[in-house]
Structure formats: C-alpha cells, structure tokens
Design a protein around this ligand. Structure first.
Ligand SMILES: N[C@@H](CCC(=O)N[C@@H](CS)C(=O)NCC(=O)O)C(=O)O
Length: 211
C-alpha cells in the first residue's frame, strides 16, 4: 500500500501511527501541498493528504482510509463495544475539526507558510487561536484526563488517542504554550508521543524544524 502525504499533516501522522501500531506494511510517498505527482492526483481527487493506493484501490481521507483498513485487516483500534466506539469516533471528530481549526491557524501560519511555502504567515490569526481556542481545547481534554487515565477510551490505545495526540503534535510544533492546570493533558501527550508509532515520524520532523 502506498500512502501519499507528509507526516507534518496531523491527518497523515494519525494514519502512519495507525499503520505502525498495527504492523500494516506501507510505503510513504512524500508529497507536499499542491504536489503535481500524478499518483497523488489519482488517489486524492481534492489533492488533500493522506490518500492511498492499495494495489490499485485509491482512497482519500484519513478517517475513510482507517475505516477501510479496520474492515480489511480486522477491527483493532476502533472498539466494537457501542459506547466505546461512540467515544472513539467523537474524539477523532474533535481532533479533526475543533483541534484541526486551531492547528490550521497556528501550525499553518507559524510553520507551513514561512518554512515550507516561503511566505509570511498570518501571525495575528495564529496568536488569536492560541489565546482563544487552545485553552478551551486543553480545558476539555484536562477534564477527560484529570482522573489519571492512561487512554482516552477504555483501558487500551484506540484511534481516539492517535487522532488527539497527532493534533497535539502540531500544536507543540507551533510552539503552543501549556497553560497552568493542564498538567494531565501534557503528561498524556508526553506518554503517547513516546510510542514508536509516533516517535519514528516526529524524530524526523523535529530534525527538519531544527535545521
Ligand atoms: N478530512 C481530511 C483532511 C485532509 C486535509 O485537509 N489535509 C490537508 C493537510 S493537513 C491538505 O492536504 N491540505 C491541502 C489543501 O487543502 O490543498 C482527512 O482526514 O484526511
């Protein structure tokens, strides 16, 4: 299976971590925003990453691809128990939309635009997101994690953790400051991001950002 994308995208990183956690074999074809690669264009009609080509079967969208893989290889990281399943999809949706909007403003304007697109980002939009959106996200996650639980849903890693931590990675890359009282979120982030399924990709990201 070919995965098109860049691990700097929270959606791509979520899929890469999913495959690593499950031992699913893949080849990452590195593409950037607006990339003309014809294979990428064929796999992703809207030119958004990630997209896959699995032996001729093309599919875009991280959630669609993960649902495909859960059906292809057996359910593993989306629980089948109804309430756990509902909570898992809720957290993935929260990460992709609410956190995604904050990531879009902060990571795009502070990192993607200046470092990868060679133009200035909108620093006011980034600062506003950090002041207004980021504390609300952390307040909510702190409430969920304050009892010291290891994972967001149940007693084991699920897609909820992969989605939320992948988004938190971009906030971290964008220099988001942790606020007082969000200690459980920070500890959770440090714990999950140390898993090899994330560290393999983020080690390269940290090196690129430091260079
Ligand atoms: N819902 C999609 C979102 C994908 C997405 O927006 N990816 C961004 C990168 S983080 C992208 O490819 N943007 C390029 C563009 O919008 O032209 C998913 O889960 O895969």
């Amino acid at each position: 299976m070919i995965i098109y994308g860049s691990s700097f995208s929270p959606f791509v990183r979520k899929l890469l971590a999913y495959c690593e956690e499950r031992g699913i074999a893949f080849e990452l074809k590195s593409v950037g925003i607006g990339d003309p690669d014809p294979g990428y264009a064929a796999a992703s009609p809207l030119k958004k990453m990630p997209a896959i080509n699995d032996d001729g079967y093309c599919l875009a969208d991280s959630s669609a691809i993960i649902h495909y893989l859960e059906a292809r290889d057996g359910a593993a990281l989306i629980p089948t128990e109804p309430q756990a399943r509902g909570r898992t999809i809720w957290f993935e949706e929260f990460a992709d939309t609410v956190m995604g909007a904050c990531v879009g403003a902060m990571f795009f304007n502070r990192i993607v635009a200046p470092k990868f697109l060679g133009r200035a980002g909108d620093s006011e939009a980034a600062d506003a997101a950090e002041a207004e959106q980021w504390p609300k996200i952390c307040d909510y996650l702190q409430g969920e994690l304050a009892d010291g639980r290891e994972f967001l849903v149940g007693e084991a890693l699920t897609l909820a953790d992969l989605a939320v931590v992948s988004s938190l990675h971009n906030m971290d890359h964008a220099g988001a400051k942790w606020c007082d009282g969000h200690d459980a979120v920070k500890a959770y982030f440090e714990r999950i991001k140390a898993r090899p399924s994330f560290a393999k990709w983020t080690a390269k990201e940290y090196a690129i950002l430091a260079g």
